[in-house]
Design a binder for this molecule. Structure first.
Ligand SMILES: Cc1cc2nc3c(=O)[nH]c(=O)nc-3n(C[C@H](O)[C@H](O)[C@H](O)COP(=O)(O)OP(=O)(O)OC[C@H]3O[C@@H](n4cnc5c(N)ncnc54)[C@H](O)[C@@H]3O)c2cc1C
Length: 381
């Protein structure tokens, strides 16, 4: 493994962190309270180029290695406290743009990738349904062949970016009797007749990443909007989940670093019993554990990106990254609150928001239980 960055990429993390501090310094407390999608933050982050960094040049990207995108995302997490913003960017990139890059036709890539790379189109991904969460193969949305296209019928929930999306990757079955072999993906554009935003949902954390429920009611899509082959939806989902699980939490590395720095500062400054609280081992141990979690999380995630850069399969590693980084992020937030005492519990210090944001990561892109189950199966159990 070699994590040496090309000279032009070496400063990516610090540049992204500086950009985050200067240009993404929003009143996140207010955005969080209102549950508002951060349109201006999205526009600026897209302008910074993070969305197209690793996409090919011919589709409007900068064609830098995946590890460079990881650095940029990590820097954003370090410099910007709007975790919902980077989560929205990640969902767009890994669950919408990336699958088009992986299996899209040349026409689909030319049509969608340049605008997704620039962030002028917002992407989303709709797999989950009321009866199909962890068990994605149980989905009920149908795609019935009619003439030169398909008619989509069904309901999708928990769609990140759903309320603001211009393009959604929708999974449906072309034949429920075919079970897993019937699953197929489609590209559905905003405004396509039959696609309805049923409602915008409010959630505990990551509140600046908007989430919606979609209803597909006689939604006609031409064959040219099918993403991948008919019946190839499940392998595509596995492929896109490999990238999503391995990379969507790259910004959380920066978040953990930011929180750790804050805790170290606090432990040095705050005095009780005429000593710095950092002198108490019960406090310093928490900070050491934070550092250990951060370093192991970073090592796992970088290694995953490196493996993908080498064109290697990394399904098991993707699940390990997702499991470890999410759990590490949650524990870091809980410990940070504890180290700050009563201050950590106040809304105005922002630490409780960080904890609310972190908790969702144990659920999206497959729960921690599902990651453990996948790893166990890949270990031959
Ligand atoms: C913030 C956020 C963003 C999301 N964004 C999207 C999105 O953009 N697009 C999308 O399609 N979906 C999205 N989701 C949905 C997410 O993928 C699902 O919530 C997740 O896969 C779990 O499904 P479920 O909620 O139906 O829980 P369930 O599958 O009902 O699980 C309930 C509980 O049972 C456990 N469980 C289930 N099966 C097993 C098993 N085999 N072994 C052990 N334990 C098991 C789970 O771990 C969990 O604890 C998002 C969710 C969140 C929270």
């Amino acid at each position: 493994m070699d994590f040496a960055w090309a000279p032009e990429d070496a400063r990516m993390k610090s540049d992204a962190a500086a950009f985050g501090r200067e240009r993404l310094a929003f009143d996140v407390g207010a955005l969080d309270r209102d549950g508002t999608f951060n349109h201006e933050g999205w526009r600026r982050a897209a302008e910074f180029g993070v969305l197209g960094l690793s996409l090919p040049r011919r589709y409007g990207g900068a064609e830098r290695p995946l590890l460079t995108t990881v650095q940029a995302m990590e820097g954003l997490g370090l410099g910007c406290t709007d975790n919902g913003l980077w989560f929205a960017l990640g969902a767009h990139l890994w669950a919408c743009a990336w699958p088009i890059l992986l299996v899209g036709t040349e026409e689909q890539k030319e049509r969608y990738l340049p605008s997704l790379a620039r962030g002028v189109r917002v992407g989303s991904h709709a797999m989950t349904e009321p009866e199909a969460g962890s068990d994605v193969a149980a989905l009920r949305t149908t795609a019935t062949r009619r003439g030169a296209g398909y008619v989509l019928q069904g309901r999708k929930i928990f769609v990140t970016n759903g309320p603001v999306a211009d393009l959604t990757v929708v999974f449906a079955t072309v034949d429920p009797a075919r079970g897993r072999e019937g699953l197929t993906a489609f590209l559905v554009e905003r405004g396509q007749p039959g696609l309805h935003l049923e409602r915008t949902v409010s959630k505990m954390g990551l509140r600046t990443a908007s989430m919606g429920e979609l209803r597909l009611d006689g939604c006609e899509v031409p064959v040219s909007q099918r993403l991948g082959e008919e019946g190839a939806g499940l392998p595509l989902f596995a492929q896109l989940m490999e990238y999503e699980r391995g990379l969507i939490l790259a910004p959380a590395l920066g978040v953990m670093e930011r929180i750790l720095e804050r805790c170290v500062r606090h432990a040095r400054e705050r005095r009780q019993f005429e000593r710095r609280i950092g002198d108490f081992q019960a406090v310093s141990t928490k900070l050491v554990e934070m550092r250990l979690r951060l370093e192991t999380a970073r090592g796992l995630l970088y290694r995953f990106a490196w493996l993908k850069q080498q064109g290697r399969s990394a399904m098991l590693e993707a699940s390990l990254v997702k499991l470890h980084v999410s759990e590490a992020w949650v524990q870091t937030c809980l410990d940070a609150m504890q180290v700050h005492g009563g201050q950590g519990y106040l809304t105005e210090t922002g630490l409780e928001r960080e904890a609310r944001d972190a908790l969702g990561s144990r659920i999206f892109s497959g729960t921690s239980e599902i990651q453990r189950d996948l790893v166990a199966r890949m270990m031959g159990l």
